[in-house]
Design a protein around this ligand. Sequence first.
Ligand code: SF4
Length: 836
Amino acid sequence: MGGEVGAVKKGPVEVRFVLAFPDVYEVGMSHLGLQILYNILNHVDWLAAERVYAPWPDMEEMLRSSGLPLATLESSTSLGSADIIGFTLQHELSYTNILNMLEMAGIPLMASGRDAEHPLILGGGPCALNPEPLADFFDAFLLGDGEEAILEIAEAYRTWKRQKLSKVELLRLLSAIEGVYVPSLFEIRYEENGRIAGIIPLKQGYEKVRRRIVSDLEHTSCPTEPVIPFLKTVHDRVSMEIARGCTAGCRFCQAGYIYRPVRERTPGKILEVIDTTLKNSGYEEISLLSLSTADYSCIAPLMKSLMAKYADEKVAVSFPSLRVGTLTQELVDEIRKVRKTGFTLAPEAGSERLRQAINKGITEEDLLLNAFSIYSAGWRVIKLYFMIGLPTETMDDVLGIAELGKKVKTQGKKAGNGGDVNVSVGSFVPKAHTPFQWEPQISYENILEKQQFLRRELKIRKLNFKWQDAPLSVLEGVFARGDRRLGAVLLKARELGCRFDGWGEHFDFRKWQDAFAAVGIDPLFYHRRREFDEILPWDHLDCGVTKDFLYGEWEKSLSGSATVDCRNGSCTGCGVCDFKEVKTRLAGEHALPDCSSSHFRSAESECRQTEAAQRVRLRFSKVGPMRFLGHLEMLNLFIRAVRRAGIPIRFSQGFHPHPKFSFATALSVGVESMAEYLDMEIASGYSAARVREGLNAVLPEGMEILESAEIPLRSESLSTIMDRVRYRVSLPSGLINSLPLLVERFLALNKFVHRREKQGKTIEIDLRNELYELHAADNVLEMVIGRGKPLEFVSAITGLTGSELNGLKIEKLEVIFKSEPVGEFSGGSRLADSGI
Ligand code: SF4
């Protein structure tokens, strides 16, 4: 649909930059990186940033069968007409979706098959640090932070476009930008045994590409007007990145190496951004993002400030990641004040020995203490995350997972609060740019064996078990350390129909096995141990951490020696910092603003403190693309619109307070309406006219409050006083020849019994008896009905069924109430009379 609040629609511009997310909308809209770039690009007047997501297979089928190309949400621009398409590479299992999206747009898949007339295809995100399996399809990749480089790329593109230069010139211009990797400027040679013989740079001075690092996060752009989805997405909340980078030094964790050093935003900046974003979005939840949120240097005071400021407004604060050992009692006490959003702890390995080998510097004692505090604070379930297949792992370590889970469960009993434990187990995949990049990957058979063992051991201990499917890890491992030759496998897999490989219901291991066999590549070649003197496919891509440092870390893993976190001043020499611009930046020394003062309390929360309430009745329209919003989505839209408009809505009592809204009825999806009704309870002293004005300023195009009135607090509910509804149905011309005759025939009937199946029951409705008025003119029907749906009447009158009813336009014109709903309310009839 597009058209979300916060979406930016621009007219003609010099450069149209499509941000493409190779997974569904619900996942893509939860991704902060895309929102950051969208915001930065759209602030430039000669640029338009637009979005596209991978269509789910049913949508893909519709697009293909209608001959429609994949297009952007903002302006329906076909991807083939865009200037630049930037894909975010979050996960190896999204690669086939990228090819599928390009193909659906009619864009040649191979970079060598595209010229200056085609869009420039860019990639970025964590997988760009080893993008070799995608090298044949992309023109360039951006390694590292995008905030500054994205504008430089767009600027270079504009210069090139204005000068009408060749594609070769464009690639040359891009390769001059720090952090931009142009794969066609390197040639890869192979040995007979399949290993890489050499990575040959084809441009002088372009031997290595260094990751781009934004040195100071404090002064980089943060989106305060995010695009607000209508439907429920995976993370539907204010996402505030409080810090970037983590130097805890876990040896398996790629993010811990490719996002160094730690750069924190100050609490003052964080509070300011959150405040503005909440006002602009109407969100009811804040998520503090970073690789390890509780490591943020002033997390406890920040949480206190957020609580002081937002607890009254029922705004929840959540943490996506908490490292064991960083969780203090003070922090637990703060988090428990808001909604309990679930607690996940990640010991990663079951035994103390293996945790030392991976440099996960937490002891069993720390973990159990944390678990006790969490259960004592009222949480009933803790999710523990582990991995199997870590280097040096033995079956004793695997057994340790079950034993540790049991000990955590005992803490719950000790805390007197039940104590459920969900044990979630993934399979370790060695990643590029980590100390374990040379390690072999656990085999498919070994994963199954260990999962089976755990299933038994966890069952004995009455612990819940969740695991990751082995084939997904096998495939992820191939592409995570893959080289350019895998491009042929991707092409074949897409051709065989592979897509949405990260989704269990779509992943088809058989097809992948066929794809590898067809191109003659053994996937296990990529799972093997790599020699230390071997050229790795990503050796020309420099994330800043030296290979010597990684090797040193690998050696230390054998003896279980610890490497300390450098965030507190003790540099361990990884090589990322220049200690001038690029260095650890902590926020600890910055004072926090006093957030408990009334300055920080919004008008909304002040109003809500007062006791007196009043009720306001609204009539609104829902037309154009907004007709596709479902009832729950519309409810969500109003909840946020009310917050954005600062209307002092009242909440229900209880543990999960809800805003006091009530709608007349749920409108069928696809039906346009000029007569939707909503009652809301608000603090008294806020006029109905102000509610209307306030909402109209923040509602998206296609939704408008047409009337508003104050009504007595104890008025009868809308659903009780609703009697009949007037609809207009326009049939496509030529579908029915003799509509007036059919109408006449139907009106002559005494009875027309329609049977509707609902949840296994059959409901009978006498449609003739529920029909109060019926007129026909040309191909338009207008009717006033009681019970029953307009399409049921159309079918009964015309005899049309099933897909014949698809192209109909249905408009709800008026609701007729048993008594006038409120003094001045027109009930939509004036609009109906005027022919709107
Ligand atoms: S160079 Fe030193 S201070 Fe900087 S991230 Fe690496 S270990 Fe930490």
